[in-house]
Design a protein around this ligand. Structure first.
Ligand code: NAI
Length: 329
């Protein structure tokens, strides 16, 4: 079975190379190119392709993959908002993903961002390196005794709830389904109540029509002054322009983002020599209370190993017509 692996990084080759030792029937070809309509033609002769969050798995791309004879699209990530699942179903292309490779990896980064913006660790690091030992601009607030509001209490959100409890926080949550495993310490509230009561808000729900721009100027105005907002889920959960407006209204003590609306085109690229012409990200980075990382929530040894193992098993399952919770089309 032949698998074409798009946008392959060195760490992908390493983790998939190790996992592939257990899947001798799968032959993997790694290429640097991102999956988009023009590069989809390269998949001729392959049984399946492997793509990531930044790929363009639109209807146009899927049509070309179908013409090339590709039978399965294997997403090496949890989110699949970049996949036209209806088109895939129409064309009979199986789409599988890795729903829960290491939720701890993402939840731990979410708390890392919360701590970093709370205590301005990114500033402190640079100041001390410059021999500046003053404390100006570094004051934070204890998390202990404060309220954490977790939006989405699935695999990652549930762990974030436990981490926040470990910090001595009261934990409230909003989800369309209540997670019974959290019943002993999490209080479910409406989204408006969560906005009104939380000192730390962390987003862990998927990007869908119903969650698109759920953080906008109206919701920001409902939040406490001095709130910390963390997003490790998907960029478009937040309306970036209105977030900037909220920051200018002094609403936030800090904002930590591992994902943001303009990340496609940036993720895992070195663009340090470029002049950004119309970048809202650049505007965000100009604020002293914002820290952005480049979609690295999944980037731990454990998560990479689990992603590789599940993706290769997904290929075997797709070939054998096995359907399970990893299917999105
Ligand atoms: P999950 O499917 O286990 O949990 C998602 C939760 O969101 C579910 O409990 C669901 O009921 C809830 N939800 C659905 N609609 C909602 C709504 N309208 N409002 C509030 N909650 C809603 O997913 P998991 O594994 O916890 O992942 C969460 C998100 O994290 C993914 O959708 C993905 O976008 C993101 N992610 C980010 C990574 C990174 O590297 N930064 C890596 C992996 C995932």
């Amino acid at each position: 079975m032949k698998l074409l692996f798009y946008a392959a990084k060195e760490y992908d080759k390493k983790s998939f190379g190790l996992a592939a030792e257990n899947y001798p029937d799968i032959e993997i070809e790694y290429i640097d190119h991102e999956l988009e309509p023009i590069t989809a033609t390269l998949a001729k002769g392959y049984d399946a392709i492997c793509a990531f969050v930044s790929a363009d798995v639109s209807g146009d791309t899927l049509e070309i993959l179908h013409e090339c004879g590709v039978k399965a699209v294997l997403m090496r990530c949890a989110g699949f908002n970049n996949v036209d699942t209806n088109k895939a179903k129409e064309l009979g292309i199986v789409v599988k993903r890795v729903p829960g490779y290491s939720p701890e990896a993402v939840a731990e980064l979410a708390m890392g961002l919360a701590l970093a913006v709370n205590r301005r660790l990114y500033k402190a690091y640079n100041k001390v390196r410059e021999n500046d030992y003053t404390l100006k601009g570094l004051r934070g607030a204890n998390f202990n005794g404060k309220t954490a509001g977790i939006v989405g209490t699935g695999k990652i959100g549930a762990i974030m709830c436990r981490i926040c409890r470990g910090f001595g926080m009261r934990v409230i949550a909003y989800d369309v389904y209540q997670n019974p495993e959290l019943a002993d310490f999490v209080e479910y509230v409406s989204l408006d109540e969560l906005f009104a009561q939380s000192d730390l808000i962390s987003l862990h729900c998927p990007l869908m029509d119903s969650t698109y721009h759920m953080i906008n100027i109206e919701s920001i105005k409902k939040m406490k002054d001095g709130v910390i907002l963390v997003n490790t889920s998907r960029g478009a959960l937040i309306n970036t322009t209105e977030l900037i407006e909220g920051i200018r209204l002094n609403k936030f003590h800090g904002v930590g983002l591992d994902v943001y609306e303009e990340e496609t085109g940036n993720v895992y690229e070195d663009r340090s020599d470029e002049i950004m012409m119309h970048s809202v990200t650049a505007r965000l980075l100009a604020f002293p209370n914002v820290m952005i990382t480049s979609h690295q929530g999944f980037y731990t040894v454990e998560a990479l190993a689990a992603i590789a193992e599940t993706t290769l098993q997904n290929m075997i399952d797709a070939k054998n017509g096995v359907h399970n919770q990893n299917d999105v089309a």
